[in-house]
Design a protein around this ligand. Structure first.
Ligand code: HEC
Ligand code: HEC
Length: 286
């Protein structure tokens, strides 16, 4: 009797083993959030594994008294732009949807897009503008493009607060001459992205959260509304945003998506980037 059962059970083990293996690679992510992650809780400021070891990031709540109020105000604009800079926002996004931990990271997996050090690298040449731009102008680029909104008044209280916040989180690296964790890495691959495969991968790896129609969703959990941001359409970044370029979208997804468990290859994220950036979205109004 065992003679018959053994090969059968070996086969079952193989089938289940392979099944489990593929389920691990291409599983539907379980939507399980902690308050800390989605609400950008200031308690969490851990360094990504591959970050330089000798830098300790600062907590916004520890800013010195003379700037403390502005720093916290800037922090809350990053985390909840919808509420705290409402007039200037033209879609459903918040800064922290792309600048995780309100930018207070040193890049790496799950740590995009860092803003630690930006206060020391501006004014800086902008290809888009064809001249040097200052940090306030760079911030306004994200308001106008990523948030499809209006520029903040350069001397207004919101800009003052954001500059104070970015200045404070940049303070641990003020003596550095280079900031290699800033900016998304470039994926250098001689590969032509495949939109059809991108759509398939999107359905497998992204739609559980961002939904089939890319519009994201609001999940209610313990009296909190957790926001999963839209990836295209009028409520997402506009066609002039950096994120609408494969060169930015692909490395962002490669490093950060699926949320907190980025597992895709460079080719796969390029396919998804091709699919998502070919969807319709708001037009940038220069
Ligand atoms: C488990 C849920 C989940 C999955 C799966 C997921 N995302 Fe996200 N995604 C999020 C959350 C949450 C944010 C915002 C993070 C924040 O605000 O801290 C986000 C943000 C983004 C953003 C930046 C904000 C925006 O709307 O443009 C992009 C781009 C993105 N995801 C693309 C993808 C792609 C592509 C996939 C599939 C490979 C994917 N995501 C899978 C939850 C998810
Ligand atoms: C849809 C995603 C997205 C959103 C939302 C977003 N940004 Fe950005 N941001 C980017 C991308 C992409 C870059 C360019 C990264 C690169 O250069 O590789 C960037 C760059 C920046 C930079 C310059 C960083 C550098 O290294 O020079 C600043 C400052 C900035 N963003 C601030 C903001 C602020 C403030 C908000 C909210 C008003 C915001 N961003 C919202 C995607 C976004």
């Amino acid at each position: 009797m065992f003679k018959h059962i053994w090969p059968y059970s070996m086969l079952m083990i193989l089938v289940f083993g392979l099944g489990a293996f593929f389920a691990l690679i291409y599983h539907e992510p379980i939507i399980e959030f902690t308050e800390e992650i989605t609400m950008g809780n200031p308690e969490i400021f851990s360094l990504p594994k591959d970050a330089p070891e000798d830098i300790s990031l600062v907590d916004p709540e520890m800013a010195p008294p003379d700037i403390a109020e502005d720093v916290m105000k800037g922090y809350w604009i990053m985390v909840d732009t919808q509420k705290n800079a409402k007039e200037y926002v033209g879609n459903r996004l918040n800064c922290r949807n792309c600048h995780f931990q309100a930018g207070n990271t040193l890049g790496g997996k799950n740590g995009s897009i860092s803003l630690v050090g930006v206060s020391h690298v501006y004014p800086r040449y902008s290809k888009r503008a064809g001249r040097n731009i200052n940090l306030a102008e760079r911030i306004n680029n994200c308001f106008r493009r990523s948030l499809n909104g209006k520029p903040l008044p350069i001397n207004g209280p919101e800009m003052k607060a954001l500059l104070a916040y970015l200045g404070w989180i940049s303070s641990p690296v003020k003596d550095y001459d280079s900031f290699p964790w800033l900016g998304l890495p470039r994926i250098v691959k001689d590969y032509r992205p495949n939109k059809e495969n991108g759509e398939k991968l999107f359905q497998q790896c992204c739609a559980a959260c961002h939904k089939d129609d890319g519009q994201g969703t609001q999940l209610e959990k313990e009296e909190q509304i957790l926001d999963i941001p839209p990836l295209w359409g009028p409520e997402s970044f506009n066609d002039g945003a950096g994120m609408n370029r494969i060169a930015m979208f692909a490395p962002f997804v490669w490093l950060n998506m699926p949320y907190m468990e980025p597992v895709l290859s460079e080719e796969e994220v390029m396919d998804i980037a091709e699919y998502v950036t070919s969807q319709s979205r708001a037009k940038f109004n220069p």
